[in-house]
Design a protein around this ligand. Sequence first.
Ligand code: HEC
Length: 190
Amino acid sequence: MKNSVSWKSALLGALAAVVLLLLVALIVVVTGAYNVAATDRHAPLVGWALDTTMQNSVESRAADLPAPVAFTPEMIAAGAGEYKAMCEHCHGGVGAGRAGWAKLMRPHPPALAEAASEWEPAEVFWIVNHGIKMSGMPAFGATHDEQTIWNIAGFVKMLPEMSAAEYAAYGSGSGNASHGHEGGSSSHDH
Ligand code: HEC
């Protein structure tokens, strides 16, 4: 009998703690106590939770995507044009910096010349296709076909081993195609 009483009071205590936590969260949400300024750094624990959530979410969703067995030089070259037109201003290239305003984004768009080695091609594809919520990383899947996005993923995966001269030698010629797509998508924005 005594045992079941202490079990019940422990349960009540836990419930009270959960209700209190929810109440605190609600107060933060409705009072504006949380600072959303990009100039304000995340607390380390919040930063860790957001990064880890993003990485595991992408990893589990991209796991079954059928990546091409190999990326041909033509695919890489086509991806380079798209990358220079649509990604470089946020992520930079090899020996090519980001736009000044992109440096002030939070989360910061990582330099893919380094960060790309941490992702599988299918994960880069998934990120470019779907974008990342609450980060400013756009979803390109609505305006670009799958082949184009695989080309971009192939090029991104090459970045960590590329020299600045090799990067510069890739033309940004196919940027025209992306502008056509972007124009077509503007009707979605209203
Ligand atoms: C408007 C700026 C912007 C543009 C344009 C943009 N991105 Fe991003 N991207 C971001 C931001 C911000 C993040 C960080 C997201 C996060 O940490 O949650 C990100 C994250 C990523 C990541 C994950 C990197 C990592 O290690 O966390 C990849 C890969 C990526 N972007 C690829 C691309 C590619 C390829 C393009 C072009 C097709 C592109 N992005 C265009 C802003 C941008």
